[in-house]
Design a protein around this ligand. Structure first.
Ligand code: GLN
Length: 447
């Protein structure tokens, strides 16, 4: 009731939730009360949660914030959502995002922009901007996001909250609407690393419905929360601290560095030489995968269908022309181009090779240190509409987040301070495959 009241008061000004269903929320809360009475509660039972509009949830409109799916009521529930429902979590609603998760500002949503709760003239980041905003504005204590190239960590940083992108394959993608399947990974967003650890405990696990889900033993992601940092080797990749990094963001990272040192961590200089190439590699590969994933939206089985057409081909093209927004169309065109006969070798294949080189760089570095400390974004949250006429400028701002998606590694963004104008700044901790527990522990020690 308390969260519903806060939503009723503040959501209109932020536009962070795009779908709410109060009756259903209350019904789920009552079911959670029963679990508690029957002593069947988990640590998450009765705790409200918000889901990014990318996760299918039976009976809820799951539109990925696209006109294309505006009429789509999911007939089934994503595994990760089901896992949290089984733990007794209560659905508050569905949050705003860039259309099909393509973007870094939440401005390409079919349902309008979301405002940054700290300063309404700034974006919350993206694409999981709605999920980050509801936590920052205290409209939800927990949320899910998805991270293909930074979409959990970057909005978490811009809204002053905590967000974890797990190792690729740790969390099932079944029922999460696909953008770039070899990158997409769901993750928890909350106030603290401790909350994220509790969420991941219920989210993670093998799922036979996702062919890239990893079969491994269940872990307790809270196990390292109180582990001391004495002797921890923290790598600082020199390519992440060069030109383009805002001085105030740099200063916040220096503060975190001091905290780590005070607790006995050792700092080592490392190099990730192919960092610059991660942006072109990511945008070629993610667009290629998007162009094939989005070919399913043809107006035949579900989604938007144009009303005016004279033959089947025209039905397809009119439905897609009307249903997709500009950024999505741009990605489909880039993706189709780089996969086309004659350009495949020059772009797609080259980008795959770069992907391997970026992943190899990380393996070299993660032999020299336990975790990597890095910025999340070059600046704090940009003002609304600042990237409107320059998509490439927006792509370049993903420089510190996309490389670990290319490698499939886990990363966490945690709050690190504020700029002089009062906008939050985050820092990023990156670890080796399956190092989530250690990342959460280090984050907890310095939060
Ligand atoms: N900004 C990146 C993109 O537009 C990342 C988005 C994401 O992680 N979903 O592709």
């Amino acid at each position: 009731q308390e969260y519903l009241a806060a939503i009723a008061q503040d959501n209109a000004g932020l536009n962070a939730f795009v779908t709410l269903d109060k009756d259903r929320t209350i019904a789920e809360a009552k079911a959670a009360d029963k679990l508690i009475q029957q002593c069947l509660a988990t640590p998450l039972t009765g705790v409200p949660i918000a889901y990014k509009d990318i996760f299918c949830q039976q009976g809820w409109r799951s539109a990925c914030c696209s006109k294309m799916l505006d009429n789509f009521i999911a007939p089934y529930t994503a595994t990760v959502v089901q896992n949290l429902l089984d733990a007794g979590m209560v659905t508050l609603g569905r949050t705003n995002m860039d259309e099909f998760a393509m973007g870094s500002t939440t401005e390409s949503s079919h349902y309008g922009i979301t405002r940054n709760p700290w300063q309404h003239e700034h974006v919350p980041g993206g694409s999981s901007g709605g999920s980050a905003a509801v936590i920052a504005a205290r409209l939800a204590p927990a949320a899910l996001g998805s991270d293909t190239g930074g979409s959990i960590r970057q909005p978490a940083s811009h809204c002053g909250i905590t967000g974890l992108k797990p190792t690729y394959g740790v969390v099932s993608r079944f029922g999460m609407i696909a953008y770039a399947s070899s990158f997409d990974q769901a993750g928890p967003m909350a106030q603290t690393a401790e909350d994220c650890a509790l969420l991941l405990n219920s989210m993670a696990g093998f799922d036979e419905n996702d062919s890239t889900s990893i079969e491994r033993d269940k872990e307790d992601y809270t196990r390292d929360l109180n582990r001391p940092l004495q002797g921890l080797k923290v790598g600082l990749p020199r390519e992440f601290f060069g030109e383009g990094l805002d001085t105030q963001v740099h200063a916040s990272i220096d503060n975190v560095l001091e905290l780590l040192k005070k607790q006995g961590a050792e700092i080592v200089d490392v190099t990730l030489p192919h960092t610059e190439l991660s942006i072109p590699a990511y945008y070629v590969l993610a667009s290629a995968e998007a162009s094939t994933n989005l070919s399913r939206y043809d107006g035949v089985r579900y989604g938007h269908r144009a009303t005016e057409f004279s033959n089947l081909d025209e039905m397809y093209s009119n439905s897609r022309a009307e249903g997709f927004g500009d950024e999505v169309k741009r990605r489909i065109m880039i993706g189709t181009y780089v996969l086309s006969h004659g350009y495949y070798d020059a772009y797609y294949l080259k980008a795959q090779k770069l992907r391997r080189m970026v992943a190899n760089d990380f393996q070299t570095v993660l032999h020299q240190c336990d975790i990597i400390l890095a910025p999340v974004a070059p600046t704090a949250a940009p003002a609304l509409a600042s990237h409107n006429n320059d998509p490439v400028q927006m792509y370049l701002s993903d420089i510190y987040t996309v490389s670990l998606n290319l490698a499939g590694l886990p990363g966490i963004a945690i709050p690190a301070g504020f700029t002089s104008s009062g906008l939050p700044v985050g820092v990023q901790l990156i670890g080796n495959y399956f190092a989530e527990s250690r990342l959460l522990g280090v984050a907890h020690q310095i939060q």
